[in-house]
Design a protein around this ligand. Structure first.
Ligand SMILES: Cc1ncc(COP(=O)(O)O)c(C=O)c1O
Length: 454
């Protein structure tokens, strides 16, 4: 398929510097009427009119290249015609059914079992958002083990409800809301650019994983035996962090040794984004429980799912409930989205295009004084911005500047990372190489501009 025809032609096209007058009206209305926690329009001030493929149009007619992808939701591209068709078909039939079976639900479950590891034999649809899947996964682990403690990783992001927030490491999200869940412990992720052990990936002995083992082994570590450990196989909000190949298998082995359930959170990295259907597939590791959401809903229809090994299926009817236990439109759209991913081999496409984009970013890194590291896998890429390459002092203000310049020149990007200093790219996976290059050129210019005025 020609992915080019999925996006608006001639992107980017900036007719009026954003926010244009119409966008401004929407933004003023929003800030007068909606609560102060609204955040994305602060970094990308505009109001959106429509979107197609890897491009979006604001209400002033500006067209942007989308490296943001709805925070990793739009894997098959905005307004994907095949997904729209499936959603429209379903819309005219039934749209809400709690957990009563429907043809759409059965089709999605069958399709999921085509792509899940064979060891994972059960799925469960909970509330509509990724956070809900994390909450359900943690409850399932606690229910099965009868244990309370949990282990999560520095740099993690698992969501915003109290349980998931407890497992999220960023203090800016949680410190105003204590007490959260007790007995959640954080250990270092394999964040090699800022290795807490001062090691280099070429010569390290996975000290971070060894520390995890120590915590579990030493009766004086202060950490009680956990129900589960939750991890992203590639960290998203933490700054597009790809751990070295041995890290996730080592964590799996430690979980097995100490009889701890392993939950892998695929909410952001899943569904072909990193060049495999699920990011853990890069490591040959299979979780006991996994979480999915975001791209699962096809075009952003809200849905989340927990999948797990059969022996953990101990919940009795009603043990975990909710009004929106799955979403019938999302089942239909999700099945069409998954079919599109498989028919067009989006995993390989994302792997190849991601590799190309990373090589361009690595070239830019060489000449830049403020790029500490360009990294990522598939189309989950990140560029860590620093004040100085030697000291690695984080530069969150530069990241904000770069995002703002990109926006004004027609490119949408995300910011994340431990210090909010990582420019993150999560484009729809149907991005063409031509749009990818245009986007990277805008980014390069923005980095150069930001560096000049620094
Ligand atoms: C890895 C991961 N887990 C969980 C979540 C929470 O999902 P949601 O925002 O849909 O609740 C996110 C959101 O970005 C995520 O990236």
């Amino acid at each position: 398929m020609d992915f080019q025809s999925l996006s608006f032609p001639d992107a980017p096209m900036i007719k009026v510097s954003p926010p244009g007058p119409k966008s401004q009206e929407y933004l003023d209305f929003q800030s007068n009427t909606e609560g102060g926690a609204v955040s994305y329009p602060k970094g990308m001030p505009m109001a959106l009119h429509k979107a197609k493929g890897a491009t979006v149009m604001d209400v002033d007619g500006n067209v942007y290249i989308d490296f943001f992808g709805g925070a990793g939701v739009m894997n098959v591209g905005h307004s994907n015609p095949e997904v729209i068709k499936a959603a429209e078909y379903q819309l005219a039939r039934i749209t809400h059914a709690l957990d009563v079976p429907t043809p759409a639900r059965r089709t999605l479950v069958k399709m999921l079992f085509q792509v899940l590891p064979t060891e994972i034999e059960k799925v469960f649809f909970g509330g509509p958002t990724g956070t809900d899947a994390v909450e359900a996964a943690m409850k399932l682990a606690k229910y099965n083990t009868g244990r309370i403690p949990m282990i999560a990783f520095e740099g993690s992001y698992h969501g915003m409800a109290a349980g998931a927030l407890s497992l999220t490491s960023g203090l800016q999200f949680k410190e105003d809301f204590y007490p959260l869940l007790p007995e959640v412990h954080f250990v270092p992720y394999a964040y090699c650019y800022r290795c807490v052990y001062g090691k280099k990936p070429e010569s390290c002995d996975l000290e971070c994983a060894r520390y995890l083992e120590h915590v579990l082994e030493d009766p004086h570590s202060g950490v009680g035996k956990p129900a589960a450990l939750i991890i992203e196989a590639i960290q998203g909000e933490g700054g597009s962090i790809v751990p070295p190949g041995g890290f996730i298998p080592k964590v799996r082995q430690i979980c097995d040794t100490y009889d701890i359930l392993l939950i892998i959170d695929e909410i952001q990295a899943g569904f072909c984004r990193t060049g495999k259907m699920f990011a853990f597939e890069h490591t040959g590791t299979v979780p006991d429980i996994m979480t999915m959401s975001k791209a699962l809903g096809g075009l952003g229809f809200p849905i989340s799912c927990v999948a797990f090994k059969k022996n953990l299926d101990t919940w009795t009817p009603g043990k975990h409930i909710g009004t929106f236990r799955g979403n019938v439109i999302a089942y239909a759209a999700g099945s069409a989205g998954l079919k599109f991913m498989l028919d067009h081999n989006l995993a390989d496409y994302a792997a190849n295009l991601g590799q190309t984009m990373l090589s361009w970013l690595k070239e830019i890194e060489k000449d830049s004084k403020i790029i500490g590291e360009a990294r990522g896998k598939g189309l989950m890429l990140g560029v860590e911005l620093v004040k100085d390459k030697d000291s690695k002092e984080p530069a969150p203000d530069l990241a904000i500047k770069v995002r703002s310049i990109c926006h004004r020149h027609g490119l949408l990007i995300e910011i994340g990372g431990h210090y909010n200093n990582v420019a993150r790219f999560l484009p729809p996976l149907i991005l063409t190489e031509e749009l990818a290059l245009k986007g990277i050129e805008i980014f390069e210019d923005a980095v150069r501009n930001a560096q000049k005025t620094y």
